[in-house]
Design a protein around this ligand. Structure first.
Ligand code: G6P
Ligand code: MG
Length: 215
């Protein structure tokens, strides 16, 4: 059995449901560009970087834009997205997250964030959960997007734990692949048919406890 020494959490879809705000902002952008964007389409953007998300959106709308135009509208989307997240309240933390953080801390297990988002710190501050994290690795200090393992390897390094003693919590397929490429354990949050490469899946952090954090 492996003794886990660090837990690395994805943010969107694991600790908080920001997918709904990304959706509203992307939909507004799509509508402004003259096409529709559904919640099903939004599934394709989960765990995907901002610029890659925009490319998928433009594919859906069958639009071609220059690089400068893409940068400008990605920024516009981000301004709209930030209007939502800067109004978030601590009651938007997903069930069981804080209780689980407390259990881990009491057991001496390190906690790190491993998110693609450049808005991660804003969200953690709004939710008042910054203090739980021993390290924060996000879109501002990574170069390579998931499924590249960079974000989780940097997280393990920041808390001084070997990859083999880390477990990652992820709701996106690319995130599970990143965890496995980092040689870490992985708990999938959500549908086990989509997250088949995870060691096991749960519906949310409310289903986690210390006993289950042993592999
Ligand atoms: C997470 C979300 C994605 C989002 C990405 C970048 O991975 O799941 O939907 O596109 O972060 O977020 P940002 O806040 O930097 O636009
Ligand atoms: Mg996610």
């Amino acid at each position: 059995m492996t003794k886990i020494k660090a837990c690395l959490f994805d943010l969107d879809g694991v600790v908080v449901d920001t997918a709904k705000y990304h959706y509203l902002a992307w939909k507004r952008l799509a509508n402004e560009l003259g096409f529709d964007f559904t919640e099903d389409d939004n599934e394709r953007l989960k765990g995907v970087s901002r610029m890659r998300s925009l490319e998928i959106l433009l594919e859906i709308g069958d639009k071609t834009l220059s690089n400068d135009e893409k940068l400008a509208i990605a920024e516009k989307k981000n301004v709209w997205y930030r209007e939502y997240i800067t109004k978030m309240e601590p009651d938007e933390i997903l069930p069981g997250a804080v209780e689980y953080f407390k259990e881990l801390k009491d057991a001496g297990i390190k906690i790190a964030l491993g998110s693609a988002s450049k808005n991660a710190v804003t969200i953690l501050e709004r939710l008042k959960i910054m203090h739980w994290f021993d390290a924060i690795i996000d879109g501002t200090n990574t170069q390579k997007a998931k499924p590249d393992p960079e974000v989780f390897l940097l997280g393990a390094k920041a808390v001084g734990v070997d990859a083999s003693e880390c477990v990652v919590f992820e709701d996106a397929e690319a995130g599970v692949e990143a965890a496995k490429a980092a040689n870490m354990k992985c708990v999938g949050i959500g549908d086990e048919r989509i997250l088949a490469k995870a060691d096991f899946c749960v519906a949310g952090l409310h289903e986690m406890n210390l006993k289950k954090t042993e592999f």
